[in-house]
Design a protein around this ligand. Structure first.
Ligand code: SP5
Ligand code: ZN
Length: 347
């Protein structure tokens, strides 16, 4: 990078009088209305882990940091969903949601028969609007980056990375990160990279961009031989057709700790640097934390600060979109350390 380009990059970082970096965090109050109650796991009904506290505690903790502003997103039109999802999926969802009584949840009863691929992602009367709010959160944060702030963080809930064009699952209805990538591209073929750090493989994101050489998708995740979603995330999955070589999967063993995780991350970052994207989207799941009840890695609080600093060293415009993380306290600590790492990287 030449000095002139570097200067432009540095100028685009918003700072206070002391030169500390400032960053906007987008959060929609209406995520509180998204209240999935249960999921069917191994034949048993259990409490659904996608609770409002996942985001509320995180927002609370981030709001106490110097340099962070919590911003209410603007509403985006339903048509933005069609940048990624097919109209049949939307129509199906509207039909299902409208037909439900306010206190009822709909789950598919047969695997692969309906448009939710698991039994953890209930449809409720307000699911379509709640999931659209989550997309609006991601797109508002994207606008913030496009308008000149180098980094913005979308506290999107419900999450998105398991949702594909015409099917949802894994607590995800619409793919927030994928829609942001397409919205950024508009009618151009601008290069975007999506780096997914959620514990689970980003099967939806991968599927959406599998044959597309303009969006380089990389994921670090728990080995799918053992962990959800089981069907994808193996190293040999690298894209198809024109997209061959533009998907990268780094499955890691159960119990992976910070050191091995960061080594794998450096491999991913090198590949992203070689691709040279105009925008980097981080799908940030904090279910990689040792205290997460669903994920099975062993990252500790300080690892998240290192991870953020490694990412920031790429010097790219960066949109962070929240995904999983099911121990609200541990998740809030992880995300707060991550943001501290972002704020500490002014260069
Ligand atoms: C966005 C996201 O993180 N979705 C994750 C969906 C995972 N749902 C099913 C998990 C089933 C694994 N069961 C592990 C039990 C450990 N006690
Ligand atoms: Zn996850």
């Amino acid at each position: 990078m030449t000095n002139a380009t570097l200067r432009v990059k540095l100028d685009s970082i918003r700072c206070n009088e002391e030169g500390d970096m400032l960053m906007n965090v987008f959060c929609h109050n209406r995520h509180l209305l998204h209240l999935p109650r249960r999921e069917l796991e191994d034949g048993e009904w259990v409490e659904n882990p996608d609770k409002p506290d996942r985001i509320e505690l995180l927002k609370q903790s981030l709001s106490e940091l110097d340099g962070i502003e919590i911003v209410h997103p603007r509403d985006f039109d339903e048509s933005t969903l069609l940048l990624v999802h097919d109209s049949e999926y939307l129509g199906w969802m509207r039909m299902r949601c409208d037909a439900l009584a306010p206190d009822k949840e709909y789950f598919p009863e047969v695997f692969g028969y309906d448009r939710m691929f698991d039994t953890g992602t209930p449809l409720m009367k307000n699911s379509l609007s709640a999931a659209l709010d989550s997309v609006s959160t991601a797109l508002s944060a994207l606008e913030d980056v496009v308008n000149g702030n180098r980094v913005a963080y979308a506290l999107s809930r419900p999450p998105g990375h398991h949702a594909s064009k015409g099917i949802g699952g894994g607590y995800c209805y619409f793919n927030n990160a994928a829609i942001a990538a397409r919205y950024f591209q508009g009618t151009t073929a601008a290069r975007v990279s999506i780096l997914d750090l959620d514990f689970h493989h980003f099967n939806g994101t991968q599927d959406i961009f599998y044959d597309d050489p303009t969006v380089f998708c990389v994921s670090l995740h728990g080995d799918p031989k053992v962990h959800y979603p089981w069907i994808s995330g193996f190293e040999k999955e690298t894209g198809e057709g024109e997209g061959k070589g533009y998907t990268m999967n780094i499955p890691l063993p159960t119990g992976t700790e910070g050191k091995e995780y960061k080594e794998a991350l450096e491999r991913a970052l090198l590949a992203i640097e070689n691709f040279g994207p105009e925008l980097l989207i981080i799908s940030l799941g904090t279910d990689t934390h040792a205290e997460d009840p669903i994920g099975a890695f062993s990252l500790v609080d300080e690892d998240y600060e290192d991870v953020a600093m490694l990412i920031m060293s790429l010097n790219l415009e960066t949109l962070i979109v929240h995904e999983g993380g099911y121990n609200p306290q541990a998740s809030a600590r992880a995300a707060t350390r991550f943001v501290k790492g972002v704020l500490a990287s002014t260069g």
